[in-house]
Design a protein around this ligand. Structure first.
Ligand SMILES: [Fe+2]
Length: 196
């Protein structure tokens, strides 16, 4: 099989991320720069057009576009069916920048209000709901609790993670009904090349 070159905008994004990781001293600074770079990426019309043919990630999957061999950051994709109900979760100790490329979603953020003393129990308050539109990037710090709800049409997001979580460490999963908390495996990563 012949390897096709990467989509040029995506290649530029990866190289800019590698420069940021080389230059900046810590994960927070790198991810804040990564958020800006992702904002530019998810405004790109040619990438939006390319994303129309990306496969659905229904069934707790992520497309894995890239994982950096030196710095460990990873870029994933999520393709949601219209009206998809998103579950409430955190990404453990990893930072995440969640950029909407196509469609709309609502991005919910929660605050944990219990004292964490009871096994399997977590009481959450809904802190904010933001309407996500193409070009918008939400930066999620470690252990921040959130959910992404699908809009009326198919929606596509590109996610920058400070490191790959799925398959490496467990992440938190929450349910408002019954105030439940448990630790679960992250979504299955499906390697997918964004080609020119
Ligand atoms: Fe998330």
């Amino acid at each position: 099989m012949v390897n096709s070159p990467r989509h040029p905008t995506f290649e530029t994004f990866i190289q800019a991320l590698r420069s940021a990781w080389a230059e900046l001293p810590d994960t927070e600074a790198r991810m804040k720069k990564g958020q800006q770079l992702l904002e530019e990426l998810v405004k790109d019309e040619s990438l939006r057009r390319a994303s129309k043919s990306w496969p659905s990630t229904e069934g707790r999957k992520n497309l894995l576009f890239y994982e950096d061999p030196d710095y460990g950051f990873a870029v994933n994709g999520v393709v949601r069916a219209p009206g998809r109900k998103g579950s409430i979760h955190d990404h453990a100790h990893a930072w995440t920048a969640y950029g909407l490329l196509d469609g709309t979603e609502s991005l919910e953020r929660f605050r944990r209000v219990d004292d964490r003393s009871q096994e399997g129990y977590a009481k959450l308050d809904l802190e904010s709901v933001t309407e996500g539109t193409p070009g918008k990037v939400d930066l999620v710090p470690p252990f921040d609790i959130h959910a992404e709800q699908g809009g009326p049409t198919r929606s596509v997001a590109v996610i920058l993670r400070s490191e790959r979580v799925a398959g490496r460490v467990l992440q938190g999963s929450y349910s408002l009904e019954g105030n439940l908390y448990r630790q679960i495996e992250g979504p299955t990563n499906i390697p997918y090349e964004i080609t020119a």
